[in-house]
Write a protein that binds this ligand. Sequence first.
Ligand code: EPZ
Length: 418
Amino acid sequence: MDFWTVRGGKKLYGACRVQGSKNASLPILAASVLAGGETELTNVPRLRDIDAALRILRHLGCRAEQEGNRLYIDARGLVHSSVPESLMHEMRSSVIFMGALLARCGEVRLSPPGGCRLGKRPIDLHLKALRQLGAEVEEKDGEILCRAAKLRGTTIRLPFPSVGATENAMLAACAAEGETVIEGAAREPEIGALQDYLNRMGGSVRGAGTGRIVVSPGRPGGPVRFAVQPDRIAAATLACACAAAGGEVELTDAEPAHFSTVLHFLKDAGCDIITKQRCLTVRSDGRLRAVGPITTEPYPGFPTDAQPVLMAALLRAEGVTRIRETIFENRFRQVPELRKLGADIRLDGQNAEIRGVARLHGAALEATDLRGGAAMLVAGLAAEGETRIRDEGHIARGYERFDRVLSALGAEVRRTDS
Ligand code: EPZ
């Protein structure tokens, strides 16, 4: 159990390097088994979800070591094609091992993945894509068994641009005979990272960033060195923290274009945002105005992962902000906790209405999920007095040493384990 203690009211000043992307690293870790060679990754954040992926790799028989932000995988010794339930439950992204192991071994056995409880999170689109590539998929006794003597290239049409289903389809398609076209693919920057990694390995994938991805035959092979891109949601969270608390923060090693929709609303709220190529500065006097309406959408729309932290930044903004969540059915779990700080938030199904209040006051909260927990930290920075967040470990799943990052900017934040 982690306890986060925030004493609000301090403005944030200084420069801070954005961590490497969790959601780009995780599918790449799964993809590393595909070719059966060596992978050296840099800029991989130290996170609980990354540790969980490393445990899966080791269970499969791979060597997997992380030292600081460098990570080494040797997938030559892979001996298993199944992932036990206990490891699958640790995070959602474990499901991406399905496409990678199917491509490498011709079969895979695993159970449905865990991850943040954001409502129903089916994997029907993943399974449908693998079936279309020629896999036999059997779901029995809480287990999923996929087998394919041969995978065949085809056209897969995703009815919704699921990030994970796109990744699984890309990975399985690498081992298919003939070309695979994925129509309606997710366009998130993390898909681009996976494409780049596979191509660096010797694969032939193109189209990432558009809704049409083409995977040509040729199973990737060689050893790879790859640098992971900056984490757009961690960067957005830091920008929201500065907006809420006030101050001036420079984010280095960032990719502002990857979260421009968040920056757009922060600007509208009254922050000064100066972007350079790999760097941005956020300046805020802490007195924001309401923005919007904001609707979460698949990329390049406003990201659902940034919704809780932007909401937290706007709790004291003058006026009414309306947010509509369209990606997950249960992504307002932070709301009852934020209300304990004095926030005025009304919920109506997938819609939230935030009426800015003059002040927030510290309270005892419980982190509900990764981004919800981060939202509570952001709100705590803008609240008077002490906020204490009891956290089962959600925040450390996605934010690297977040207490130290915020403290280095002048915040009073402490994390203790118990
Ligand atoms: C990825 O999850 C991210 N995770 C999530 O990050 C992110 O919130 C999400 O994409 C949306 O951007 C990783 O990259 C590891 P989806 P994923 O498949 O792949 C429905 C974070 O905080 N759906 O695009 O699981 C699903 O229920 C997180 O870092 C189906 O109906 O997201 C959801 O409503 C959490 N059937 C929607 O699509 C399927 O087969 C989006 O899911 C698959 C998805």
